[in-house]
Design a protein around this ligand. Structure first.
Ligand code: PEP
Length: 256
């Protein structure tokens, strides 16, 4: 069986000034900046990206953005592009987060254009999918996730797929304190791995990381991270303090 390097990403959302972000990154770097067992990414808001990037220089912690536009430049007031992110040495970008989908109306088609633009610019997408509570209760979870995965990754080739990190985030578990059970999470992760196998072949799908996101905390992480197809976490609330974020990295490193 292929062993995939665990991956922990912090999604700060609309939190932290530039100065607050630098302080947080410094603490994270001090604690886990030299380890290489777990891939660690922080995703500050745009105004804190560049300063956070400087603060993590020389460490193994990587820089990700929370969104981007699919065009490289032009008349798109309020947007930023993949080349702009590359220019400040971002390596990852969260795309299709449920808050972007529900609050800002992002469709699978739009997310797909962003995924393709990120890959074209050598940015690794952290591509988010997940069902709402109503969809889960209607028994539609797998169908919803299948549509999001297939549409969101349309036109991605095998080489591109190897750079994609998928994040399964049940919408009802994000920021709510309600975490999916390990069985619920593992079921969907295994299903997603099957979809990736169909799309990109088994060897590629076996290499791709699939993260869980939704109220992951140091207390529930070890059990989730021990599941066969759960390769890490996309962390919201618990990424805003160095202590809890570092504990999550440590929990991921402890999984054998
Ligand atoms: C997220 O927003 O991606 C997330 C998982 O948030 P939280 O950890 O706060 O549920």
């Amino acid at each position: 069986m292929i062993s995939r390097k665990k991956f922990i990403a912090g999604n700060w959302k609309m939190n932290k000034t530039s100065a607050d972000g630098v302080a947080l990154v410094r603490d994270i770097v001090t604690a886990v900046g030299k380890q290489s067992e777990v891939e660690v990414v922080v995703c500050p808001p745009f105004t804190a990206l560049e300063s956070a990037g400087h603060a993590l220089e020389g460490s193994n912690v990587k820089l990700g953005a929370q969104n981007m536009h699919f065009e490289a430049s032009g008349a798109f007031t309020g947007e930023i592009s993949a080349p702009m992110l590359r220019a400040i040495f971002a390596t990852h970008v969260i795309l299709g987060h449920s808050e972007r989908r529900t609050i800002f109306g992002e469709t699978d088609e739009l997310v797909n254009r962003k995924v393709l633009a990120a890959l074209k610019n050598q940015l690794r997408p952290i591509f988010c999918v997940g069902e709402t509570l109503a969809e889960r209760e209607a028994g539609a979870t797998l169908k919803v996730v299948q549509t999001q995965v297939e549409r969101g990754l349309e036109g991605v080739n095998k080489d591109g797929a190897a750079s994609v990190v998928v994040a399964y985030e049940p919408v009802w578990a994000i920021g709510t304190g309600k975490v999916a059970t390990t069985e619920q999470a593992q079921e969907v992760h295994a299903f997603i791995r099957g979809l990736l196998t169909n799309l990109f072949t088994e060897p590629v799908a076996q290499k791709m990381r699939i993260l869980y996101g939704g109220s992951m905390k140091p207390a529930n992480a070890p059990e989730l991270l021990a599941q066969k197809d759960i390769d890490g976490g996309l962390i919201g609330g618990a990424s805003l303090e160095a202590r809890s974020f570092v504990e999550l990295v440590t929990a991921a490193a402890a999984v054998k």
